[in-house]
Design a binder for this molecule. Structure first.
Ligand code: PEP
Ligand code: MN
Length: 265
């Protein structure tokens, strides 16, 4: 049974979120300099919404788990210096409170969090009544109901500006993708909730910088609403997801070459 969602179009103050919505920035904020310099270069490519992971959910312990709250003032500087809007991943109530305290404009729930209804509910409760866009990544496993359940939990907390991020699905099979796109799943999500914007994450789908352009185009050809792409000023030195990040210049080329034919459904 479908529950009626109470959604509003995504909006940021003074910025109309038109298709294609482009969000770009490093997998992780690493240092103040890397965050600011990457942001400056992306702003020069016409990017208006910056992403950077502050708290990083890593598969295995011992990897870089994000700089944490110390990185939030860097994002504030990104806003002040470049005029871009900033977005971060939140995985618990503490992340939500900290991000909102530092004026983060847009939040997203990561794939590992979406897979856990208790964690989603905690984030949703912390977001009660928040009038900012919240994007919800698909769960790591190909479970559309779990994805919709997370969207419902956040919407029931009074958040109306919700978008979905399609970042592909884990598989044990060896494929050319890091996470199998299973395009039929976001297509079915759109059929079920037509007013929900869907943003494709070619970085986590492909795992490879050289595949970003083709997956971005596929997403546009399928009439999805936007892209979230990892971009780092020096991808080979990135502390997380080095192989899938593109330079801001490469991002600019991908953006320029995108053919956006139809308007969003
Ligand atoms: C990310 O966006 O850097 C991230 C951790 O992605 P996902 O939740 O899709 O794995
Ligand atoms: Mn990443």
């Amino acid at each position: 049974m479908e529950h009626k969602l109470d959604l509003q179009p995504l909006a940021l103050p003074g910025l109309e979120l038109k298709r294609p919505i482009i969000i770009a920035g490093p997998c992780s904020a690493e240092t103040e300099e890397q965050t600011l310099e990457t942001a400056r270069q992306l702003a020069a490519q016409g990017v208006k919404i910056f992403r950077a992971g502050i708290w990083k959910p890593r598969t295995r312990p011992g990897a870089f788990e994000g700089v944490g709250t110390v990185g939030l003032p860097w994002l504030k500087k990104v806003k002040e210096e470049t005029g871009m809007f900033v977005s971060v991943e939140v995985a618990n109530a503490h992340h939500v409170y900290e991000a909102l305290k530092f004026g983060v404009d847009m939040l997203w729930i990561g794939a590992r969090t979406t897979a856990n209804p208790f964690a989603v509910q905690e984030v949703a409760d912390a977001l009660t009544g928040v009038d900012k866009p919240v994007l919800i990544k698909n769960p790591v496993n190909p479970d559309l109901e779990l994805w919709i359940g997370a969207i419902e939990r956040v919407n029931r907390a009074g958040v109306k500006m919700i978008g979905a991020i399609h970042r592909g699905f884990s598989t044990y099979d060896k494929t050319k993708y890091r996470n199998n796109p299973e395009w039929q799943i976001p297509i079915e999500l759109r059929r079920r909730i037509p007013e929900l914007p869907i943003i494709t994450d070619p970085s986590h789908i492909s795992g490879k910088s050289e595949m970003i352009a083709e997956i971005s185009q596929e997403a546009m050809d399928l009439n999805f609403n936007g892209l979230i792409i990892e971009s780092h000023m020096c991808p080979e030195k990135a502390w997380s997801d080095a192989s899938q990040q593109v330079t801001p210049q490469h991002l600019g080329e991908i953006k320029q070459n995108l053919v956006v034919r139809r308007s969003a459904i």
